[in-house]
Design a protein around this ligand. Sequence first.
Ligand code: HEC
Length: 159
Amino acid sequence: MRRSVWLAVACSVHLAAPVLGQAAAAAPAAAIPVGADGAKIFAVTCAACHLVTGLGTEGKIPPLAGSEWVTGNETRLVRIVLHGLTGDVEVQGEVFNGAMPTWGGAFSDEQIASVLSFVRRSWGNKAPPITSETVARVRAATPSRKLPWTVKELLQRAS
Ligand code: HEC
């Protein structure tokens, strides 16, 4: 009797592991204690779409490797991750039209700073890190923002 109970527990653990793995991939931001480790946040959250190579997928998900949005203006970059992005966006000469989710509610200023600092120095990207003070400043500038940004809006705002 006791033995069969242990067996049942062991089996359910084996079964649960892959199922949990799938749930994590589908809803990466939910309840995963990621800490402020940029590489880890990237792997758990962003790589689901942009891939661990940072290359994205052709015609669907834009690359972060070599992206002018990643290495360029830091305020725009922070806005994209805080609130998301929708509509046409040109990256390395290719136009994408998808929907980048919003992460502002899922991550602290420090976590967003560390994942962005990670993407700015990965895959050959060479741009200075983003500080949590910068993320806090950008977040505070549009506290009631709910909608994802469009490129037009981002470019209209000077900083
Ligand atoms: C569900 C898929 C998905 C996830 C997860 C995701 N993105 Fe995106 N991301 C997109 C799509 C799609 C776009 C393009 C949006 C558009 O066409 O307007 C994009 C655009 C971007 C851009 C601007 C364009 C570029 O390629 O440089 C940046 C920067 C970016 N994402 C960073 C991140 C970071 C950092 C994370 C993790 C915190 C992340 N993304 C997670 C789908 C995703």
